[in-house]
Ligand binder design. Structure first.
Ligand SMILES: Nc1nc2c(ncn2[C@@H]2O[C@H](COP(=O)(O)OP(=O)(O)OP(=O)(O)O)[C@@H](O)[C@H]2O)c(=O)[nH]1
Length: 205
């Protein structure tokens, strides 16, 4: 009997010079949905090294359109800088916009937040769970990049648990609490109170 088709596949890689330094971009696809994801790697490492990584969920508004409603763009920039300063590392950029509800639903959720709901209430009002993300593609990405041990840049314990469950050794968490603005303070407080995020309370004053 032939093997069932894999859930995810590596497709191709290429150089990606950026404002921060020269990365390599690695493309992956989810076979069932054809959803595309990328990993950005910088530098080299030995297989058993502890590699600094960030798992970053797509946020078109923050990552590409300079929105200050969230901290996403600031975190992405800081992670790229950290990796270049460190000399090597990886961003796993997952195309799970709006914590998995998609761009247009995120705009609907923003619209509800403009009327006073918080980020969790808005998702639920639209009929979604607060967080629909799935991190399983990270295993193929990390295997493809020969990474077993990581230092994870995050404030989100769910990402740590997801990596541990897939057998990745999370040696350390590096907080990434950059980019607090008057526009996103309430959002970050809600994530801390309702979504389990670990955030330095002094930064939210
Ligand atoms: N539904 C919804 N999604 C949002 C909102 N604001 C930002 N997002 C999405 O939230 C996700 C944030 O992703 P990340 O920054 O990787 O994840 P995180 O859970 O904040 O964890 P860390 O940043 O690693 O601490 C992105 O997919 C954004 O598009 C919002 O108000 N509603």
């Amino acid at each position: 009997m032939s093997d069932p088709s894999p859930a995810y596949e590596f497709v191709s890689r290429a150089k990606l010079p950026t404002r921060f330094g020269e990365f390599t971009i690695h493309g992956f696809v989810e076979t069932a949905t054809q959803q595309e994801h990328v990993a950005l790697s910088y530098g080299t490492w030995k297989t058993n090294a502890v590699v600094p990584i960030r798992i970053h969920s797509e946020c078109l508004t923050g990552d590409a359109l300079f929105s200050t409603r969230c901290d996403c763009g600031f975190q992405l920039e800081k992670a790229l800088q950290n990796i270049v300063e460190y000399g090597h590392g990886v961003i796993l950029y997952l195309r799970q916009e709006g914590r998995g509800i998609g761009l247009l639903n995120k705009i609907k959720a923003y619209s509800l937040q403009d009327t006073g709901m918080d980020t969790v209430e808005a998702n639920e009002h639209l009929g979604f769970d607060a967080d629909l993300r799935d991190y399983s593609i990270c295993k193929l990405m990390l295997d493809t990049l020969s990474i077993q041990n990581v230092e994870l840049m995050t404030n989100n314990p769910k990402k740590i648990n997801a990596l541990k469950k897939m057998g990745i050794n999370v040696v350390k968490r590096k907080p990434i609490d950059h980019g607090v603005t008057d526009d996103n303070k309430h959002y970050l407080m809600t994530k801390t109170a309702k979504l389990g995020h670990v955030f330095n309370p002094d930064k939210l004053k």
